[in-house]
Each structure stands twice: as C-alpha cells, then as structure tokens.
Design a protein. Structure first.
Length: 52
C-alpha cells in the first residue's frame, strides 16, 4: 500500500477591475475614428470623384 501523499492546492482568485470610465473613453475614441473616416470618405466621394 502506498503512503498517503500530502498535496497543497493553491487557489487563486483573479478579480478584474471594471472601470466604466476607461470603457467610455475607449468608446468615444473609436467613435471619433469612425466619424472622421466616414467624413473623409464623404469628402472624397462628394468633391474629388466628380473632378475626374
């Protein structure tokens, strides 16, 4: 019969901190990127393409 082995199990709890301010600022940043992108596309279609 084998001798009993003592095994210590380490349990780690990982808590993610949810920062609403960081989420909001990231949302605003990417929304601004999208608005600028579509504004640039609008400018190209409205003013640059007709000149060709």
């Amino acid at each position: 019969m084998e001798p009993l082995k003592s095994v210590d199990i380490e349990k780690k709890n990982i808590e993610q901190k949810y920062d609403k301010g960081l989420v909001a600022s990231t949302f605003i940043k990417y929304t601004a990127y999208i608005v600028i992108f579509f504004g640039f596309l609008y400018f190209i279609v409205k003013y640059v393409f007709p000149k060709f």
